[in-house]
Design a protein around this ligand. Sequence first.
Ligand SMILES: Cc1cc2nc3c(=O)[nH]c(=O)nc-3n(C[C@H](O)[C@H](O)[C@H](O)COP(=O)(O)OP(=O)(O)OC[C@H]3O[C@@H](n4cnc5c(N)ncnc54)[C@H](O)[C@@H]3O)c2cc1C
Length: 334
Amino acid sequence: MADVAIIGAGPVGLFGVFACGMVGLSCDVVDVLPHVGGQCRALYPEKPIYDIPAYPQISGGALIDQLMAQAAPFQPTFHLGQQVTALSTTHAGFALTTSTGATLTPRAVIVAAGCGAFGPNRPPLADLETFEATGHVHYHVTDPAAFADQTLVIAGGGDSALDWTLTLAQNAKHIHLIHRRPRFRAAPESVKRLEALVQQGRVTLHTPYQLAALNGDNGNLTAVSIAHLEGETKALPADHLLLFFGLSMDLGPIATWGLDLAKHTLRINPATGETSTRGIFAAGDIVHYAGKLKLILTGFAEMSRAAHSVYDFLNPDQPLHFEYSTSRGLPGNR
Ligand SMILES: Cc1cc2nc3c(=O)[nH]c(=O)nc-3n(C[C@H](O)[C@H](O)[C@H](O)COP(=O)(O)OP(=O)(O)OC[C@H]3O[C@@H](n4cnc5c(N)ncnc54)[C@H](O)[C@@H]3O)c2cc1C
C-alpha cells in the first residue's frame, strides 16, 4: 500500500505524484473517470492553454501527457473508473472505499478532486440520453475533424460555446448558435470574430432562443427545435448538437466526509494545505482560502505545499532536508 492516496487524477493530482515522490512518498491515485487528466482531458483536450509557465502554448491533452511522464519515475498505482465514496480515519491512518468495493489504507490523503463529481450541465430535453449514446449530442470536443462538413447546432453563451463555434466554423458545413440571452458572456475579441463569421454566412445566430426538442428516429439526429422566449418555435436541420452550459459542481460523497466546506469546496489552511481533518490535505480547484485562484499553476503550487506538509505529518521527528530537484535528481539517477 502506498504512503499517500491522491483522490483525483486531474492535472493537480498527477503533479501530486511527482511532488510526493520528491519527498520520498509513494502514491495511489484514484479517479472516477476511466482516464487520467481531469478537466483538461475530459473537457478541452485539443484547446491550447497559454498560462502554464514555460509552455507558451500547450493543449490540455499534451499537458496531461507531460504530467504523466513527470510522474512515471515514481511509479504511481492508478485506480481508474472508481469513485471514492467513503473516507474515514483508522488507528494507522485512513481507509478509503471506492465504488467498485476496493479499499485503500494510506497513511495520509490528498484530495485533488477538482469540482467533485464533475459533469456537464444537461438541458431537460426528452430522449437526450438516446442522442448522447449515438454520438449526436456532445458536451466537449475531442476530435474537431469529426465535425467537418457537418451541420452543427451549438448552444451556450460563454467562452466555450464561442471558442468552439469559431474553431469548428473553419470546416463545418454550417453552424447555428443558440443562446437564451441577446448578449454573449465571452471575450470581446471572440464576439467580434463571431460577428465576422455571421456576416460571411458561416454561422447563424438565434437569440434569445432556447432548446425545445431533439428530432430524429432511433437516436439519429436530423433537427433541433428551438423556442423563442416569447413562444415561437422553429426546427434547425442538424447532424450534431454541442452543448456548452458549464459544469455542474457537485462535491458528491466528499461533502459527507466531515471536512469543513465553503460552498462546493474544501476549506484549507493555505500555509499547510491541510483540511479541517488532521492528515487529510487538499489542492487544486477543490480548495478554498482567501485569494484562491482556480488555475492549474496555482494548483501545482498548492500540491507542492501539500506534499511537504504530508511529509511533516508522517515524519514529525525527522524534519525534511529540503533539496532542489536539481540537487536531488530523480529515482534511477540519484
Ligand atoms: C474549458 C476550460 C478551459 C480552461 N482553461 C484553463 C486555462 O487556460 N488555464 C488554467 O490554468 N486553467 C484552465 N481551466 C481550469 C483548469 O482545467 C482547472 O483549474 C484544473 O483542471 C483543475 O485541476 P484539478 O486537478 O484540481 O481538478 P480536475 O481537473 O477537475 O480533476 C479532478 C478529478 O477528480 C476526480 N474526482 C472528483 N471526485 C472524485 C471522487 N470522489 N473519487 C474519485 N475521483 C474523483 C474527477 O473525476 C477529476 O478527474 C479551464 C477549464 C475549462 C473547463
